[in-house]
Design a protein around this ligand. Sequence first.
Ligand code: IYR
Length: 297
Amino acid sequence: MALLSVLTPVLAVVLCLVIGFMLVRSRETATTSATQGNYVSPETDFRPWVDQDLRDDTEITAKEDEDGDWAESNEEEDLLHVPYSPPHYPEETMLERSKDLYTLMNQRRSVRFISPEPVPREVIDNVIRTAGTAPSGAHTEPWTFVVVSDPETKHQIRRIVEEEEEVNYRQRMGNKWVNDLAKLRTNWIKEYLDVAPYLVLVFKQTYGILPNGKKRTHYYNEISVSISCGILLAALQNVGLVTVTTTPLNCGPQLRLLLKRPANEKLLMLLPVGYPASDATVPDLKRKPLDDIVVHI
Ligand code: IYR
């Protein structure tokens, strides 16, 4: 009995440690499975958010750093600096151009009803070229644009996206998110993935590979690729094409494998591209006035 009363506090401490350890482990598993894009059990209270879905293997690569896989520096050779003199417009012209671009961009809408009408491939090439003019960290140009026009591949993409999106809408996103989207009338059925003549899948390269096989740091890769997506949207608008910016939650790894992209590439955005369907509708959204979005100091 005496031994038991001595052992009880020890047992209680051991029990607490075991429970604590198990809790930490279960949290780690939930986070890892979400970040790796694996299925998240609906029982876990974990609500993935786009940022988490986009988390890449920076933690892993930081560890690999010690293995000497990384290049010492991104510097290849010295760069020539050359004169730069783009047009300097008179103020009147500037005003007119600023208005014209605003008018064009203000007509841009996310369109979920896309026509199957073919679009010239050269136009898409030029749009992608334009997106590739974006600034990037240390000019690493950390983007890959996968342009899919093959109907069978488009259909496989649709199957992957719809299967995951159904789980997203039913379980992962949670009621608040689904309710917030109700007014946009979106759901997991994505007909445009079959119908649009092109699907553009934008991948961010979380690191590069140098000719000597060493890894090259892609500084600010996510913001760089995001900027290029913005330019891509403007380029599409400029030629009268439409798209909807989609970030299919939990689909990245499967789509990367389907499209045979390497492990350093993470899906950032999926854009169906084409002309709007003749009966396309969009929600009657209003944009915030200038005074609500600008602060002059
Ligand atoms: N990715 C889903 C959900 C979705 C999320 C947001 I935030 C939107 O503004 C619109 C949709 C989908 O594409 O349906």
